[in-house]
Design a protein around this ligand. Structure first.
Ligand SMILES: Nc1ncnc2c1ncn2[C@@H]1O[C@H](COP(=O)(O)OP(=O)(O)OP(=O)(O)O)[C@@H](O)[C@H]1O
Ligand SMILES: [Mg+2]
Length: 247
């Protein structure tokens, strides 16, 4: 059975979608079969970040409601072998998407893929709880600022309450100069405030923004510090001992 990794945050815009795209691309490039699922109905954008906007026809809700086979909804990336994407409904969540439907969807995905990476919308909601209930690992993504860290703490508490077996933190958009000037929290502060162990740190990197604007996955960028950070994180998920990168 594959491993289900659910990626969440309390506050919006912390970098969940960028994380899912970057880490899933590396897991696939390392030879794994990976399904990355956008669950952000009404506000989906993982397809843009991965450059797959014109490839996707059916959503995970279509699969749950029996409107299509899973095999027609999971679409392989045109350039990244082994990376498949399942998108979210474009506008609203249709009635009939139940906890049991989500459980079956995830169980089916786990039987076909080595890794299932779930990109959640922001906020602590019962909807996210349905996906978290299927997780082997939840990653809380936070930026090192007060509002995001408070949201991360709320999310981590909910994940503990929901009984998620493993919860790890990724601190994104780290700007060393602000940390040096004591104008931003450092990684230790972030870990203390959210109260979960660290999976990785990702630096602020314009390449993240540029790659999604041109619809070219970051894994294709020649030099990107953020991509190196996602590579390290993917290796840790694969069980390798990789030291924290110096930012
Ligand atoms: N390390 C980074 N360096 C620079 N920009 C980044 C970085 N990570 C994310 N961004 C940018 O921040 C914005 C929000 O990122 P992203 O969409 O991944 O966040 P999100 O948590 O998925 O947001 P939402 O809660 O709306 O789903 C995007 O414009 C993205 O390009
Ligand atoms: Mg997102």
């Amino acid at each position: 059975m594959g491993k289900v990794i659910v990626v969440a945050s309390g506050k919006g815009g912390t970098g969940k979608t960028s994380f899912c795209a970057g880490v899933s691309s590396v897991l696939a490039a390392c030879g794994n079969n990976v399904l990355v699922v956008d669950t952000d109905y009404g506000n989906r954008n993982l397809d843009i970040v991965l450059g797959m906007t014109n490839c996707l026809l059916f959503s995970f809700a279509d699969v749950i409601l029996g409107r299509c086979d899973a095999s027609s909804a999971d679409v392989e990336h045109p350039d990244i072998k082994g990376l498949y994407m399942l998108t979210a409904p474009a506008i609203k969540l249709p009635k009939g998407v139940t906890r049991e439907g989500v459980r079956k969807l995830m169980e089916r995905a786990q039987s076909s893929f080595q890794y299932v990476v779930v990109d959640c919308p922001a906020g602590v909601t019962d909807y996210i709880g349905m996906f978290a209930a299927c997780a082997d690992l939840c990653v809380v993504v936070s930026t090192p600022d007060s509002a995001s860290l408070r949201g991360g703490e709320l999310m981590a508490s909910a994940l503990y309450r929901w009984g998620v077996p493993e919860i790890l933190l990724t601190v994104n958009r780290v700007r060393p100069r602000l940390v040096q000037k004591k104008l931003a929290y450092n990684i230790d502060d972030a870990m203390d405030m959210i109260g979960v162990p660290l999976l990785g740190v990702v630096p602020e990197d314009e390449a993240v923004i540029a790659s999604s604007n041109i619809g070219c996955p970051l894994v294709r960028a020649k030099r990107s510090k953020a991509m190196n950070a996602y590579r390290n994180i993917a290796k840790r998920i694969l069980g390798q001992d990789v030291p924290l990168m110096k930012i």
